[in-house]
Design a protein around this ligand. Structure first.
Ligand code: N01
Length: 552
């Protein structure tokens, strides 16, 4: 396996954090860590960011596979905290590419002079709360520990890849790659026979591009996904001008919306209340609009199986229209779970790629992969000889990055034990028994069901305000109450139980990782209501949190 990973350069800890402990240590320099650092600096706090990679950008640093781009419109998938930044940054495409998003992250790091407090090539492997000192002590893979009163985990929801574990994979003589750890210099597939294993968003974005390069592409699909067209292209000047004219209002609407973005507003009508003609007209208009718009075509698609079946049938019809071979179209059509209950994919030319003569679809549910041989991929139907394998097999989502570290709170209690039956948090922001430890877009918050940048800004602002509030009162500790956490966990589960999301074996439920507890991890109650609740809790002197530990 070859991954693009930064060298673990060692830097003296004194160079990194000085002799004294910090006010706040932030783990991760993606969009969350960058803005967190900016806010903490604004409060006059001593903060540093520790980042495992050799550059900033998080998701957009690691996911460099061909075709990688955002699936929420670029103008919305960007920071809103600084007008000057918004004014000067000009997105070139409706859905920005990974290189453009990475340039944006680097621009933000430079514009706000963040780099001097970011330590790259530093993987945090453990974080322990030292109760007597009231400090979090973080251990790095190499180097001395770093201590801080507060620790903010900005470690991302989709940052730990699912490692391939196919029998025989080590015998393979060709190249292997993982979409989530793509090399910065890119991969040249020209003239090669390539296998892509997996058909989630990463595969669906990369398959059309790899197919254009490769001599032959074989796609191994275990479960088909619903995919909708992006209709990507340059953003026309009128759209840019309209967005800019109403930007402040648009941003506020995003913050109070269901998903944190406006481009796919939800139609407040039941699909069951309209006739077949009207139903078709609305679905077609949404399909033509592109992106997640189809998901918001009616208000009951994620709640009611009968309603959902209309969306599923509509997409199935589109697949049948696009894909010339009816057997291939049928294999590409999801049948085992409702529309939208796995993350909807947004593509450019995905289904049409299967009309190319150099592309083969293998139904890895009917004929499962058995082994990887020195020269190919063997299924129960035969062996497919290839020169390169792309594992597009996803991530250990939401809890992976946190549980990979040895995080210990009060009395040495380990997070992995506390979360043995699934993640439990208060608001996705804090965990009972782990004082002064914050999680940005943690499980139990809207996170992956939302425009991540909107949710990141909300969490960063809430955490910065909480730390400032504690400082102003000269209090040293804040911790989620067990009872408040239990009530929140119940609420998160209850809201999810009212939807169809439990009917898919998705990564939202941890179902893609063997042995992971089956728990719906994000909060599906909506970005706007969730924000208002968090604000109300803060305004009520952090109801549900215990504040203690007067400091001099
Ligand atoms: O991962 P996935 P992803 N044998 O878990 C298959 C975000 N994202 O990296 O469903 C055979 O969705 C697995 O099959 P199955 C986005 O939120 C966003 O594509 O388990 N197949 C599935 O088909 C997304 O949802 C963008 O049966 C195996 C695939 O691998 C999330 O990241 C772009 C297998 C994994 O799909 C994850 O997407 C990319 C095995 N042993 C990602 N193991 C944007 O557009 C797994 N699979 C912004």
């Amino acid at each position: 396996m070859r991954f693009a990973a930064g060298a673990w350069e060692e830097r003296a800890v004194t160079e990194v954090v000085g002799e004294n402990s910090l006010d706040v240590v932030v783990v991760g320099a993606g969009f969350a860590g960058l803005y967190m650092l900016h806010r903490l600096r604004g409060l006059g706090l001593r903060a540093k960011v520790l980042e495992a990679g050799d550059g900033v950008g998080g998701t957009w640093f690691w996911n460099r596979y061909p075709g990688a781009r955002v699936d929420i419109e670029s103008q919305e998938y960007s920071y809103s905290f600084d007008e000057g930044l918004e004014d000067e940054w000009d997105w070139s495409e409706r859905y920005a590419t990974q290189p453009e998003l990475l340039r944006y992250a680097n621009h933000v790091a430079d514009r706000f002079d963040l780099r001097r407090d970011i330590v790259l090539n530093t993987r945090v492997v453990a974080a322990r709360f030292d109760e007597s000192a009231g400090l979090w002590r973080l251990e790095r893979l190499q180097g001395e520990p770093v201590s801080a009163r507060f620790c903010v985990m900005a470690t991302g929801c989709l940052s730990v890849i699912k490692e391939p574990d196919f029998p025989g994979q080590n015998t393979f003589r060709g190249e292997t790659w993982h979409t989530g750890r793509w090399p910065a210099e890119g991969v040249d597939f020209c003239g090669k026979r390539v296998a892509v294993i997996g058909t989630g968003s990463s595969a669906i974005q990369s398959i059309p591009i790899i197919a254009e390069q490769a001599a032959h592409l074989t796609v191994f699909q275990r479960t088909p996904n619903y995919s909708v067209p992006a209709h990507n292209g340059p953003i026309d000047p009128a759209t840019k001008a309209a967005w800019k004219a109403d930007r402040a209002e648009n941003r506020q609407k995003e913050r109070l919306s269901a998903g944190g973005f406006l481009s796919s507003d939800s139609n407040p009508v039941s699909v069951l209340e309209v006739d077949a003609g009207e139903r078709r007209r609305i679905f077609e208009a949404r399909w033509a609009r592109g992106g997640f718009a189809v998901g918001g075509a009616f208000n009951d698609l994620s709640l009611n199986l009968e309603a959902n079946a209309h969306a599923a049938a509509f997409v199935a019809g589109k697949i049948a229209d696009i894909v010339e071979d009816p057997a291939v179209a049928d294999t590409l059509t999801p049948k085992t779970y409702p529309f939208g209950t796995k993350r909807l994919c947004v593509d450019t030319g995905y289904y049409a790629t299967f009309n190319r003569p150099n592309v083969t679809l293998v139904d890895a549910a009917a004929t499962p992969i058995q082994t990887i041989t020195p020269t190919g991929v063997a299924t129960t139907a035969g062996t497919f000889e290839v020169d390169a394998i792309v594992f597009a097999i996803g991530f250990d989502a939401m809890t992976g990055a946190l549980l990979r570290m040895d995080i210990r709170g009060r009395n040495g209690g380990a997070l992995k034990d506390v979360w043995a039956e699934g993640p439990k948090t208060y608001l996705g922001l804090m965990i009972a028994g782990f004082p002064n430890l914050f999680t940005i877009t943690g499980p139990g918050s809207p996170s992956v069901l939302s425009n991540m940048v909107v949710s990141i800004e909300q969490h960063v602002d809430w955490i910065a305000d909480a730390v400032a509030w504690l400082r102003d009162r000269r209090m040293g500790e804040m911790e989620a109450d067990q009872a408040a956490q239990d009530a929140w966990v119940d609420h998160v589960n209850q809201v999810a139980a009212g939807t169809l999301f439990h009917r898919a074996n998705s990564w939202y439920l941890g179902a893609n990782i063997p042995g992971k507890p089956r728990v719906f991890m994000p909060y599906i109650g909506g970005v706007g209501p969730y924000r208002l609740l968090c604000d109300e809790i803060a305004a009520g002197d952090y109801k549900g949190f215990t504040v203690s530990g007067a400091v001099a």
